[in-house]
Design a protein around this ligand. Structure first.
Ligand code: PMP
Length: 426
């Protein structure tokens, strides 16, 4: 037997949940791609900091000094985590959605934005009103690189920005970011990586990938909600109108005869107006440091579980896995599927109520991609079930899921949809 490598523990490891059949069971959280449980080390760090937090950058009191140090240390930890260059800026945001919306506001007027239609809505939607060019859906990673080059060739002269997901939140497939970055730069474009799904599972380095921007969320990276980051080239961000107007972003405000005169900060504070989420930033910074130092163990742990999950899912009758690419490239532990004749909503409800397994069902904020992938897999409809593993996952969780899916497909659905309650019930 192979002894699983010891990985950083999470605060959700001993959660128990009730079963509809009576009793309770250890919670099998197979929904890490939505939000990952907090690391125990992050929980301890937050607990220690809570009595100390105070206003950053403004107060002279000791607690304010501590908070400012902690906040700026978090900024450095995030920068180190994504391999930021010394010229890059690290802006602390609420999450990836916030980070990408900030970037969308900061790109110069007339920028052509190039997108794959596999993007999560957070990366797909903030560009409305801009010139958006869509890359036709590629079937291989190689084709993705070629299709990007062709699409960039169709863009007019002027600033260009490619936005691409690092790992799909639907299929877990990892995109060839370094190659895409090379093609983007050869065409004079910049590239922004949505690393919400990649950063928890693989090292992401702006320097090594030669990418221009990266966005991530703390709550997918084993920290609680409310903190994320946009890291990358400072020039567009320094020149852009502040994302929010208010204290912190403004260096000097004075009344003139003809109105208000404002001098805005040019550092990251320019886009961080208002009292920042210092506790969230601290949690994010600690999570970054912990994940970076446990990277090898995390990858080994997840590779073992993903191999088991793949083998198990292949043994479930009528189960069709969704895939972006026909080639066998890198994948993180996120797998979406449909099962012939079973509604994804029903399946997710039964897995939760009868087996204590948490999964996600739906179209995963990537409606266009999910619908296309279901059709390509020979399935029907626009919804699927998504299973995603991470540090809180054990071999028992994966085994329990596979057993459950085999039992459910073997017996046929016994549940009905309770219209008045809007949910499936036994
Ligand atoms: N991009 C991807 C690939 C995601 O999976 C998600 C979250 N599902 C987001 C962006 C948005 O993240 P958040 O909700 O934390 O802003």
């Amino acid at each position: 037997t192979v002894i699983p490598p010891a990985v950083p523990g999470t605060a959700g490891d001993d959660l128990r949940v009730p079963l509809v059949t009576g009793g309770e069971i250890g919670y099998a959280n197979l929904d890490h791609a939505a939000s990952a449980p907090c690391l125990s080390a992050v929980r301890r760090a937050v607990d220690e900091f809570l009595p100390w937090y105070a206003s950053v950058h403004r107060g002279a009191g000791f607690a304010s000094q501590v908070s400012t140090k902690v906040y700026e240390r978090a900024r450095r930890a995030v920068g180190a985590f994504v391999g930021a260059r010394s010229s890059d800026t690290v802006i602390l945001t609420r999450n990836t959605t916030d980070a990408l919306n900030l970037l969308a506001r900061a790109v110069p007027k007339g920028t052509a934005v190039v997108l794959f239609d596999t993007e999560h809505h957070a990366a797909l939607l903030p560009w409305r009103g801009r010139h958006v060019y869509r890359v036709p859906a590629p079937r291989t990673r190689h084709e993705a690189v070629r299709a990007l080059a062709e699409t960039l060739g169709r863009c007019p002269e002027g600033p260009r920005l490619v936005v691409v997901t690092g790992a799909s939140n639907v299929t877990g497939e990892v995109l060839p970011i370094a190659e895409l970055a090379r093609v983007a730069h050869a065409a004079g474009a910049r590239i922004a990586v949505d690393a919400a799904q990649l950063a928890p599972h693989r090292a992401v380095s702006l320097r090594e990938l030669d990418a221009d921007y990266v966005a991530l969320s703390g709550h997918k990276l084993y920290a609680p909600f409310g903190a994320g980051a946009l890291v990358g080239r400072a020039d567009w961000l320094r020149a852009a109108e502040p994302y929010l107007s208010g204290g912190g972003a403004s260096k000097l405000v004075a009344r003139h005869d003809d109105g208000l005169g404002v001098v805005w900060n040019t550092g990251p504070e320019r886009h961080e107006a208002g009292s920042p989420n210092t506790v969230g930033a601290h949690a994010l910074g600690v999570a970054c440091t912990e994940v970076a130092s446990g990277r090898e163990r995390i990858e080994a742990h997840e590779a073992d579980l993903l191999a088991r999950l793949d083998r198990g899912l292949a043994s479930v009758p009528g189960l069709r896995v969704l895939r972006l690419f026909d080639d066998d490239g890198d994948r993180v532990g996120t797998v979406s599927f449909v099962i012939d004749g079973l509604s994804p909503g029903l399946l997710a409800a039964v897995l939760s109520a009868e087996y204590g397994i948490g999964v996600r069902d739906g179209a995963f904020c990537a409606h266009i991609a999910t619908r296309r992938l279901i059709t390509a897999a020979g399935g029907e409809g626009g919804q699927a079930v998504r299973v995603s593993i991470g540090l809180g996952t054990t071999r028992e969780h994966v085994g329990r899921l596979v057993t459950a899916l085999r039992e459910i497909t073997g017996r046929g659905p016994r549940w009905t949809y309770a219209e008045n309650e809007g949910r499936w019930a036994p």
